[in-house]
Design a protein around this ligand. Structure first.
Ligand SMILES: C[S@@+](CC[C@H](N)C(=O)[O-])C[C@H]1O[C@@H](n2cnc3c(N)ncnc32)[C@H](O)[C@@H]1O
Length: 205
C-alpha cells in the first residue's frame, strides 16, 4: 500500500520516525510468522491515544487498495479529536476509519462483530492491572478466528506482566520480540518507544 498521508502533521518531532520504526518491527514479526496482509481487514486499536500508528497499521495489515474498517478507542476526548482530524478521511474511498471516546475494558459491548487485528500500542498493564486484565480479556473475545492481538510495551517489566496476563487468559503466544532500534525516552530509565512487540492468537485458533 502506498503510504497513507495524515491530514495533519504529527504533534511531536520524532513521531513520524517512531511510526516508521514500528512499521519495520511489525513487518519483521509478520515475516517471521508468515502473516500476509489481509483483504478488507477489520482492525481495532484499543487505548489508541492520538493513534499516530494508524497509517503504519493499515499499510502493514491491509492489502494495497483493498480497503477495510479501522476503529480506534480511547478514554481521552482530546486525543480522539486529534486522531480523527489527522486520519479520519485518509483511507477513503476504499476504507473507513473511525475514532470513538470509549472504554476499552468494555470492548465486549461494541456493536461490531469480530476484528481481524486488535492492536494496543504501549499497553499500560502495570498502571491498572485489573482494568487491563479486562481490556485483554474482552479484546480476546472480540478477536476473529485466526486473528491476531498485538501489543507493544515501553518497559521490560511491564511487558513481562502483560505477557503473564495474556497467558493466564489462555491466549496463544505467537511471538514476543525486543525492538533493536527503539528510541530511548528520557522521562524514565529503561523506557523506550515500542520497546517490545508481542503477537497472540485466540486460544481456540
Ligand atoms: C500509555 S498511553 C498509550 C497511548 C497510545 N496507544 C500511544 O502509544 O501513544 C495509554 C492510553 O490508554 C488510554 N486508556 C487507559 N485506560 C483506558 C480504557 N479503559 N479505555 C480506553 N483507553 C484507555 C489512555 O487514555 C492513554 O491514551
Amino acid at each position: 500500500m502506498p503510504s497513507l498521508s495524515p491530514a495533519l502533521p504529527f504533534s511531536f518531532a520524532g513521531n513520524a520516525e517512531d511510526a516508521q520504526r514500528l512499521k519495520r518491527l511489525i513487518q519483521q514479526a509478520m515475516q517471521l510468522l508468515a502473516i500476509a496482509p489481509l483483504h478488507q481487514p477489520s482492525l481495532l486499536n484499543l487505548a489508541c491515544g492520538r493513534a499516530d500508528e494508524t497509517g503504519v497499521l493499515l499499510e502493514s495489515f491491509a492489502w494495497p487498495e483493498s480497503g477495510g474498517w479501522y476503529l480506534g478507542l480511547d478514554l481521552r476526548p482530546r486525543e480522539i479529536a486529534e486522531a480523527t482530524k489527522r486520519w479520519g478521511r485518509s483511507w477513503e474511498p476504499q476504507g473507513r476509519i473511525e475514532f470513538r471516546v470509549a472504554d476499552a475494558s468494555l470492548a465486549h459491548q461494541l456493536p461490531e462483530e469480530k476484528f481481524d487485528i486488535i492492536f494496543l500500542r504501549h499497553q499500560n498493564f502495570w498502571d491498572a492491572p485489573l482494568i487491563w486484565d479486562q481490556i485483554f480479556r474482552h479484546a480476546l473475545e472480540r478477536l476473529a478466528p485466526k486473528g491476531f492481538l498485538a501489543f507493544t510495551s515501553y518497559f521490560d517489566r511491564e511487558h513481562e506482566l502483560a505477557l503473564a496476563a495474556l497467558e493466564s487468559l489462555g491466549a496463544q503466544r505467537c511471538l514476543s520480540m525486543r525492538h533493536a532500534n527503539s528510541r530511548p525516552l528520557a522521562d524514565a530509565p529503561g523506557k523506550s518507544v515500542d520497546r517490545w512487540l508481542a503477537l497472540w492468537q485466540h486460544p481456540q485458533t
